[in-house]
Design a protein. Structure first.
Length: 348
């Protein structure tokens, strides 16, 4: 108990004295070994990265959150670290700090790279983003080869094959642990289908398979839960809107980038599902772009069961109607080229 008000004032003054703010982190009493997962976000100062960092800081499964970027990560880290949630936040800036950012991680989420501007396709981002993804994945192979990777950087249809080849070259490739994030397609599909059906999107479940660009995004409207049917006009409208959802946002942002907020939301939900899988929760199923034997292509997005090993089971597509079968053929044609392009980037 304070013996006098002057002592109390002195104590407060001492606390406010700048040297006391210099108390170094390592001198602080550690949190009692909080259980949880260690998560790194690479590209954490970007449009997706910042919101995703906020959402991951709020996730009770996360005990340590590493925020890495080539610019501005100290500011984002200082800001996020003041949130009174469990995760300890640490920032890392630039290539020399990549190894420290990655060492000891359980999950690495990668939204690093440039976004589209109006008139561009996702494939137009290849020339810049392929190199960024290669460098970051080389770091993953070296510092945390057993980590689960959630790859967001576009073009996902090519960056996932790039990551796979980098890991193969390093001798660390585990197909179960590399997941291309297509969760935003599912989020959009649930929203748009909910609008047409007059349902809360939270109650809607639309499988979206194939890949993450244009016609490779194939919503399976015949498999929507709760069971329902659509007119041919509704099917055409919904399929196009889901396939063009990214372009809708790019055009609305008019040069200021692509989806960031809805993407951060979808990525945070997907990362949470991966962490629940790693924790051993049963029945965690999400769509993702993964190594696959569902079609003749080496990678394909479909429902996967997430577990301690990562994508433990890749589900078959189930029965498709005629409209979806035609869509599947178109999707596979474009996907094959994008996958090959990514593979060649490392192999050749
Ligand atoms: N998978 C999806 O569904 C989906 C959805 C939306 C956006 N995206 C893609 O995500 C990527 C990021 O989008 P954004 O809107 O956040 O872009 P942004 O430009 O706002 O942020 C990207 C961040 O990456 C950082 N970065 C660049 N090179 C890096 C490197 N070598 N290492 C670490 N960080 C690096 C930048 O400094 C920047 O902070 C884009 O490629 C975009 O197309 C994918
Ligand atoms: O459309 C884009 O370029 C970004 C992202 O892939 C999206 O689907 O919103």
């Amino acid at each position: 108990m304070e013996s006098s008000s002057s002592q109390r004032v002195a104590r407060i003054a001492a606390h406010l004295n700048p040297p006391n703010f210099e108390l170094r982190r390592e001198e602080c009493r550690a949190k009692g070994g909080a259980p949880g997962f260690k998560v790194a976000i690479l590209g954490a100062a970007g449009g997706i990265g910042q919101s995703l960092a906020l959402l991951m800081k709020m996730n009770p499964l996360v005990s340590v959150l590493h925020l890495y970027d080539v610019v501005n990560s100290p500011g984002v880290t200082a800001d996020i670290s003041h949130m009174d949630t469990t995760a300890v936040v640490r920032g890392f800036l630039g290539q020399p700090q990549l190894e420290a950012a990655l060492t000891g991680m359980d999950l690495v989420v990668i939204p690093a790279g440039v976004p589209r501007k109006p008139g561009m396709t996702r494939d137009d981002l290849f020339n810049i983003n392929a190199g960024i993804v290669r460098t970051l994945c080389e770091g993953v192979a070296k510092c945390c080869p057993n980590v689960v990777v959630n790859l967001i950087s576009n073009p996902v249809n090519s960056t996932v094959p790039i990551a796979a080849e980098v890991f193969k070259k390093a001798g660390t490739y585990n197909p179960k642990r590399l997941l291309g994030v297509t969760a935003l397609d599912v989020t959009r599909a649930n929203t748009f289908v909910g609008e047409v059906l007059g349902l809360d999107p939270k109650t809607v479940d639309v499988p979206v398979v194939g890949g993450h660009a244009g016609v490779t995004i194939l919503p399976l409207l015949s498999q929507v839960k709760p069971p329902c049917s659509f007119t041919p006009e509704e099917t055409e409208y919904l399929t196009k809107r889901i396939q063009d959802g990214g372009t809708e946002v790019v055009q609305a942002k008019a040069g200021a980038g692509s989806a960031t907020l809805s993407m951060a939301y979808a990525a945070a939900k997907f990362a949470d599902a991966c962490l629940r899988g790693l924790k051993g929760d049963a029945g965690v199923v999400e769509c993702a772009f993964v190594a696959s034997e569902v079609t003749e292509l080496p990678f394909f997005a479909s429902k996967v069961r997430l577990g301690r090993a990562g994508a433990e089971e890749v589900y078959q597509l189930g029965p498709l109607n005629e409209y979806e079968r035609i869509g599947l053929e178109k999707a596979k044609k474009e996907l094959a080229e994008s996958i090959q392009k990514g593979t060649n980037f490392i192999k050749k």
